[in-house]
Design a protein around this ligand. Structure first.
Ligand SMILES: COc1ccc([C@@H]2N[C@@H](C)[C@@H](O)[C@H]2O)cc1
Length: 444
């Protein structure tokens, strides 16, 4: 392997309590909120077809105009306790909030730049009350932070001249100051969700990203930081030049999910997903496919079945309210999670492969069959490993009678399970008499 100073410093997953909690929560809420919500994906009667939070880069949007939008930021209908309650009702265990997106506008009154909420008509800190409201509901908070900062005069995408290097040196101090400020002001946050780390300026400075991560960990022990922050000294990102994951979980699954265990190599990972095809910030005109609650529930269960977390994104309007399509999905998903959350919370991959009828998840000896595709036979085929015995099966607490159709192979009748939504069958298993060690190795 290649000797690296700034590659992965750990192989395998973190085993500490903070990471175990992150892993057990399984389901998060992402919130993208900022000046881009004022534009809402349109300007001068034209609709921007890109992602709403990127409208500043649209040729039809004069950057000078965008950079004045802060003078209109005044979310009179922003009620963080209502935001937190609806996230709780959805069943989210953690939330990720954009403290600063690529445009550089800070939702907290940073003392390192004037381009913050303090300069807006709203004046007040947005982040503090949000962290407090979500924590009060028992929801952990993570802070999204964009390294790219289109507003800051010292940001550079690449370093071409000594002046660039001098500016970027100042910029790195600014970044470290803002991150320190966020941890000091909001000490209950559990981690950072970094973005905007693909430009050469950052990619070619693996040493800084490594030192920054270690500095933040020392400042706030237990902090959870994904793989998108760092580059190694050869410019490799997410996985270092020896193909070892950097950071605490693989953070590359954005608007896409792994298909099979081999795609995630046993690493902790998190997928982040939009309800429309590709909008993170508020866009007044959602174009293309809008995912239904059942589609989103399937993505959540699929993620759990592959040992990862699933984070669903919401883009509040400029006034602080959520659009009806988002409120509806929070309620529908929450109703399902209230009944079936046990198949997700604290659960992970079952090691039983991928059945046609849906997904297996598992927590200890409890195996959850989450059914999305009911077979015309009305029988769900289950194959358990040789060393595993099936103690009992139940659906919504009612016993279900499996039919033994072969060695450790069963048909589980679907019976009169509902057809309009996914449902869960619980298999209580135990290790077969005389079997030693784990009894969930891959079913043959
Ligand atoms: C160059 O492609 C992208 C795509 C998405 C992003 C940002 N990551 C998502 C989590 C959103 O914040 C989006 O703006 C940045 C660059």
């Amino acid at each position: 392997s290649i000797p690296l100073q700034h590659g992965a410093h750990r192989s395998g997953n973190r085993t500490d309590a903070d990471m175990a909690r992150w892993r057990s929560l399984r389901f998060g809420q992402f919130v993208h909120w900022g000046l881009y919500a004022i534009a809402g994906g349109e300007w001068n009667g034209k609709i921007y077809n890109g992602a709403a939070e990127w409208i500043r880069s649209w040729k039809e949007m004069p950057t000078a105009v965008y950079d004045q939008l802060y003078k209109q930021f005044n979310p009179v209908n922003y009620h963080p306790e209502q935001w937190a309650q609806q996230a709780k009702d959805m069943g989210a265990g953690y939330m990720i909030i954009t403290t600063k997106h690529h445009d550089g506008f800070c939702l907290w009154p940073s003392k390192y730049t004037r381009y913050t909420v303090a300069a807006s008509p709203y004046k007040k800190d947005i982040i503090g009350p949000m962290v407090e409201a979500y924590n009060k509901k028992g929801i952990d908070v993570y802070l999204y932070f964009s390294i790219i900062d289109w507003n800051h005069p010292d940001w550079r995408t690449s370093l071409k001249t000594p002046a660039d290097s001098a500016a970027y040196k100042r910029f790195k101090v600014f970044v470290k100051n803002q991150l320190t400020e966020l941890l000091v002001k909001y000490p209950t946050v559990k981690g950072f969700w970094f973005d905007g780390t693909w430009d050469d300026s950052w990619k070619n400075d693996g040493a800084f990203s490594d030192e920054l991560e270690q500095y933040l960990q020392k400042l706030h022990p237990g902090l959870i930081i994904g793989s998108r922050l760092r580059a190694d000294e050869r410019g490799a990102r997410h996985f270092d030049s020896n193909n070892h994951l950097m950071g605490d979980y693989e953070q590359g699954w954005e608007r896409k999910l792994p298909e099979q265990p081999a795609d995630v190599h046993g690493n902790d990972w998190e997928g982040v997903m939009t309800i429309p095809e590709n909008q993170w910030g508020y866009h007044a005109h959602w174009l293309g496919h809008i995912k239904s609650s059942n589609e989103l529930i399937e993505m959540l269960v699929k993620s759990t079945s592959l040992g990862g977390n699933f984070v669903l994104n919401f883009g509040p309007k400029a006034d602080g309210t959520f659009r009806s399509e988002e409120v509806q999905r929070m309620q529908e998903i929450g109703n399902w999670m209230k009944v079936n959350g046990s198949a997700v919370y604290g659960a992970s991959e079952a090691g039983l492969g991928k059945p046609d009828w849906g997904y297996y998840t598992r927590r200890g000896d409890s195996v959850f069959m989450v059914v999305f595709n009911v077979p015309v036979s009305g029988n769900l085929r289950v194959k358990l490993p040789a060393k595993t015995t099936l103690a009992e099966a139940s659906a919504s607490g009612q016993p279900v009678t499996p039919e033994l159709i072969g060695k450790n192979e069963y048909f589980i009748p679907v019976g009169n399970a509902p057809r309009h939504a996914p449902f869960v069958i619980l298999l209580q298993t135990s290790r077969a008499a005389g079997a030693e060690g784990g009894h969930f190795e891959k079913a043959k």
